[in-house]
Design a protein around this ligand. Sequence first.
Ligand SMILES: Cc1cc2nc3c(=O)[nH]c(=O)nc-3n(C[C@H](O)[C@H](O)[C@H](O)COP(=O)(O)O)c2cc1C
Length: 200
Amino acid sequence: MKLVVGVSGASGAPYAKKLLDFLAEHGPAHGVSADLVFTETGKQVWAQEIGGSPKYPFKAWSNRDFTAPFASGSSMYDAMVVIPCSAGALSRIAYGISVDLVGRAADVMLKERRKLVLVLRETPISLVHARAMTQVIEAGAFVMPASPSFYSGPRTIDELVGTVVARVLDRLGLPNELMKRWTGLTPRHRADEPDDSSEV
Ligand SMILES: Cc1cc2nc3c(=O)[nH]c(=O)nc-3n(C[C@H](O)[C@H](O)[C@H](O)COP(=O)(O)O)c2cc1C
């Protein structure tokens, strides 16, 4: 699988880090090669939320470099994830405003009918965002809000982040164990938690 990972300037750099860590460790075994592109604000938010600048064994492209192979449909990339995806990036993608490499690469994914996953992080959602979401979904993208889940009992922020990234990897068809899978109801309380709740 040839994959593009775009990182834009929404809060949620830990989601990008978790995905990139997974791909760096397990990508080769799954036959996945990744290309990486950060928006300018994506780099700023990473510095704020993670610290420093990202260092990965992937080819990293400037967001202004339209010579990247995945800026053309003929390069036959399989999928792209924008994680996190800002409301601005969502809106640009929804309306084909390919003024940066993230937008152009996403535009290519849509026109070539390839897999595009947008991990949107914004709240509240305005009508502008909702319409942009509708537009990209109708065009074939998956909008996967950065919306962690709790039913698997995550105990750390890292595990909570994993509940989002696991579902992104699922969408890409990449086997992963970043979260406990739902197998039905399990006892509510763990041994280290006193059961002092009252019945509702
Ligand atoms: C620390 C920080 C956090 C931000 N969080 C969000 C966010 O969660 N969602 C969002 O849509 N924009 C957020 N923004 C604003 C975007 O960065 C801004 O709209 C920018 O133009 C997005 O550009 P990009 O899509 O090229 O990365 C944030 C900005 C900063 C500096």
